[in-house]
Design a protein around this ligand. Sequence first.
Ligand code: ADP
Length: 483
Amino acid sequence: MRNATPVPIACDLFIGGRWTASETGRHIDVLDPSTEKTIGSVADATPADALRAVDAAAQAADGWAATAPRQRSEILRRCYELMVRDADALASLISRENGKALCDAKAEVLYAAEFFRWFAEEAVRIQGDIGMAPGGASRIVVQYQPVGVALLITPWNFPAAMATRKIAPALAAGCTCILKPATETPLTAYAVVRLLAEAGVPDGVVNVITSSTASKVSNAILEDRRVRKLSFTGSTEVGRILLRKAADAVINCSMELGGNAPFVVFDDADIDAAIDGAMVAKMRNGGEACTAANRFYVQRAVAAEFAQRLASRMGDLVVGDGVDPRTQCGPLVNAAAVAKVGALVDDAVRKGARILAGGRALERDGHFYLPTVLTDVPPDADLLGEEIFGPVAPVVVFDREEEAIALANATEYGLVAYVFTRDLARGLRVSERIESGMVALNRGLVSDPAAPFGGVKQSGLGREGAHHGMLEFMEAKYISVAW
Ligand code: ADP
């Protein structure tokens, strides 16, 4: 190990406040994508282990729901403080198991911690409603109650933030939960849950299980009628499978799925700001983000300049081991990711795209693909229709505003879009017409715990963050009162 980490190198499951081996005693290896070396292992849960986690969450549910909101708030606030205290150690752990550059990992930890601070503040602002029925016979009293035991399934690209974005609102609302992180990056989830225990989260309120058979353990959990909520972040494909499964037990679902974000630059844009925004929107996390700019549509008069300047900035990035502090772009998560990105670039080039920067994998240990800019990308190139999830920026020229909107909307996804223009009226007009849950206008970043994050179309259901994020873990109770 090159850095101290707050977790042991081998982690058992965390169920009912205790570290416990899986039924079979089997483990899953965790690899460093920078070196392809094994850095640790986690227990491999079976469906029976998963049901033990449901037992623990169900037993803790009434007690946690009855806790005073102020008490939940103060525990969440301590979670925030402990994450900030341990930010460096957590960041190096994230870099090692995910590969992302240390600067990205540090930013992730602080972003992840902010969910605890935000929902600590929201926990004491659960408000209901009271009104007179139109007929005058009764009062309509509405109060919000925790939905119940929640299954939280998270991906590998933001191992800390995707967990806290779900755990914090669940706990603020009064729900108990079972977190199932991705097998690529499970150590971070166990590190976070250790901090939660230290912060005073009672036993059984947050349980963590890891498994090499994600579908079997999640099916067992979703078939248990004590489980009332599924919050999932991952691919649209897996999201659809889980929605089908959740339908059988009519489970309340929040789904953050794939994206294919357009990045639209009008010829009146501040090009310096657009380039800076593009670097963030494309290269945060090395492009492994569902919010990553996937398609760059640039108006003709500024297209050549934009593409050249973007290529020069992308070509200058320092590519290297995630944990090396000089690194600006780490490896992709695994070999399959490099193969997928390579195939998408090769397809575009075969169909006529020109490479302005990068365009190939690095010949060394680890899963590295060079930051890449493509221009003259033809409309039928696969990477315009698919989530690239890597450091590749395809640039396409457009002429008219209508055309830019049509191109931006020509996707089944609708998570986020980026728009750059100095004309605020145009910016707002275009933002309203783009089919996405979020728009960044003259910025390269939308993520903020205080804002409702989520998509439309095939990008998902529900919102995380803001007050909306907590309502996903609550249900309205209507009491009709004769007074
Ligand atoms: P990604 O493409 O980012 O790896 P996935 O959708 O494959 O996203 O995975 C996101 C999360 O969903 C991970 O925790 C993974 O283990 C889990 N997962 C994958 N397939 C299934 C499945 N069939 N049922 C339940 N969970 C799954």
